[in-house]
Structures are given as C-alpha cells and as structure tokens.
Design a protein around this ligand. Structure first.
Ligand code: ATP
Length: 297
C-alpha cells in the first residue's frame, strides 16, 4: 500500500535519511520505532508531501506522492492540532472543510467520526473542557474525518495515563478492523508489541530490521532471558559464560540469554556459591531485540 524505496534526505551536510526502504501492506498496523532524531518525522513529512526527498521512490496505492495523494492520508500529529476554545464538532468541521468535503458529507462524517472515537456525547463541548485522553482521541478524529486510506499516528499515547492509553489502543484496533492501514510511531515498545503486525527499527535514517515480532525474535539466538540481581556480578558473568549463557545489560539490569529454556532450579544451580538476590525469567521481548539491533549497528 505504501512503498518507500531508497529514500534519501539531507539537511545541509547532515544526512538524515539514508536509502530508507520500507513497505506497508494494506490493512496492517506498521510500527516505526526509533530514538529521538532517528528520522521518523522527516519520513512522515515526506509521505505527506510536506517535504521533498533528495532522491528515492515513494508511492501510495501505486501513485507517486503528490498533492493528489494527500487526500489518501490522515495524520494525527504528536502535538494535538486542535482549537481549544472551539467545540469538538467545530474542530472537525474546520478540518473537513480543508479537505473540501461538501456540507452534507461533512456533517455526516463529523457525526460518524465523533462516534468512532467515542466523543459523540461531547460534540458541543469546547476542547479545553475535555480530559487529556479525550483530546488525544479528538486529535485522531481529525486524521479520520475525510476517510483516508492511510492513517499516520505519531506517538498517539505519549503522556497519557494507562486507562486513556487502553482506550486509544482499542480505537486503533477498531480502525484496523475497518480496513484502514496505519503507520504508528512510538517510543513505547509494549505498545508496538500489542498493536503492530510489522515493525521497522530506524536508526540514523536507515531501517536496520523489519518484520513481524516473530520474525524479529529470530535475530536473537535466545529462547528465554534471565535477569539476575547480585552483588557479585563479575563472578556471575564468569559462571554464566561457562554454561554458555550470553550476558547482556538492559539499563542497569544484568541479564543472560538462554539458548534453551531451563527449569528455575537448574538456573539457580548454575550460580551455586554466588550470592544471588533474585532471578527472574522473561520471554524475548521487543525491548531486547531493539537494544540488540540498535547497539550492534
Ligand atoms: P523525534 O522522535 O525527536 O521526533 P525523529 O525521529 O522524528 O525524532 P526527525 O525530526 O526526523 O527525527 O529529525 C532527524 C534529524 O534531522 C535530527 O537530527 C534533527 O535534528 C534533524 N532535523 C530535522 N529537521 C531539520 C531541519 N529543518 N533542519 C536541520 N536539521 C533538521
């Protein structure tokens, strides 16, 4: 649905995108992960035809990006793009007018879109009277009002409490059920794990790894990860290596990759004679893959 091939962009001498290539299939939720400055916003701006790439091909539904393809795309920006003193329906009308919807379709779409983000009962409320979660849902409604094929959600849950986050996750799943293709940027790896069928890991303007979670898991030769708390880390690392466990750091946590799952008592017995405060077992998660892929490169 969205095909990006060898996209390059520099600001002056600074190369921000380097042969960036990614594919998003119709109806999937694609998670674009990357640290601050990795190039996510630059990529989004090029997709939305707000910025020109220096080179590369980019098509949406096989049409090259242009003013005409703008209508196929809806974007919910990181910062809410809302007029705080206007009501929910006035905000949506404003954006529907920008997309040139005629009055009849506009009114139908404003109602339907407010219903789809669960804000129909707040249609006449000024934005400034809504909770943070409601404002974020209305910001997503802005991206939906003209019935786009591709919706870009730029960090849609950053700064929200867990209840508001659950509501947005549910809304994103409903959009997928309606057949809408979604490009989601997020710093929350559990959000990407829960929602995305495909994930791309971006660093320095390059996609370093791309695939489903199951495909990305094959990048780490571990069946399980064990986090160990001990005051005797050097001894624990030396012992673990004897047994073929691969040591890794996740923040200040000391962890080991196990190439095959072991019973807890077997793991404990490997550290016999070393004072261990706690041992916890975890499946391989996106966090571990992300750290591996971005630090290796
Ligand atoms: P964040 O998660 O912080 O939004 P990002 O992945 O979206 O980061 P971009 O905003 O695309 O990253 O920026 C990529 C790089 O390009 C950064 O180093 C940024 O400082 C630089 N950059 C972005 N816009 C410009 C500009 N107009 N002029 C010069 N440099 C820029």
């Amino acid at each position: 649905m969205l095909k990006i091939k060898k996209l390059n962009k520099s600001y002056g001498k600074r190369k921000v995108l380097q042969d960036l290539t990614l594919h998003i299939d119709s109806g999937e939720i694609y998670g674009l992960l990357g640290a601050n400055g990795a190039g996510k916003t630059t990529t989004i701006n090029i997709i939305c035809n707000l910025l020109k790439a220096d080179s590369g091909d980019i098509t949406i539904n096989d049409q090259p990006i242009s003013e005409a393809t703008k209508k196929l795309i809806g974007i919910a920006t990181q910062e809410n793009l809302l007029y705080k003193t206007l009501s929910c329906e006035e905000n949506l009308r404003f954006f529907a007018d920008i997309y040139g919807l005629n009055r009849e379709i506009r009114e139908k779409q404003v109602k339907q879109t407010l219903a789809s983000v669960n804000l129909l009962d707040r249609a006449k409320s000024p934005v400034e009277t809504l909770s943070g979660g409601m404002q974020r849902r209305l910001n997503i409604a802005v991206a939906l009002v003209h019935q786009p094929k591709l919706v870009i959600l730029d960090e849609p849950t950053t700064g929200l409490d867990i209840e508001a986050r659950y509501e947005i996750w549910e809304l994103i799943r409903q959009l997928k059920q309606q057949g809408i293709t979604i490009l989601l940027t997020t710093h929350l790896l559990d959000e990407a794990e829960r929602l995305c069928q495909k994930i791309g890991i971006l660093k320095n303007g390059q996609i370093l790894a791309e695939g489903s979670l199951a495909e990305l898991r094959t990048l780490i030769p571990a069946q399980e990860i064990v986090v160990v708390q001990t005051g005797e880390e050097e001894l624990a690392i030396a012992r673990a290596k004897e047994y073929g466990f691969t040591p890794r750091r996740y923040g200040s946590d000391l962890a080991f990759w196990l190439s095959e799952p072991l019973e807890l008592k077997e793991i404990i017995s490997r550290f016999e004679g070393i004072v261990i405060d706690s041992i916890s077992r975890q499946p391989v998660r996106l966090e571990h893959i992300y750290v591996e892929v971005t630090q290796r490169n």
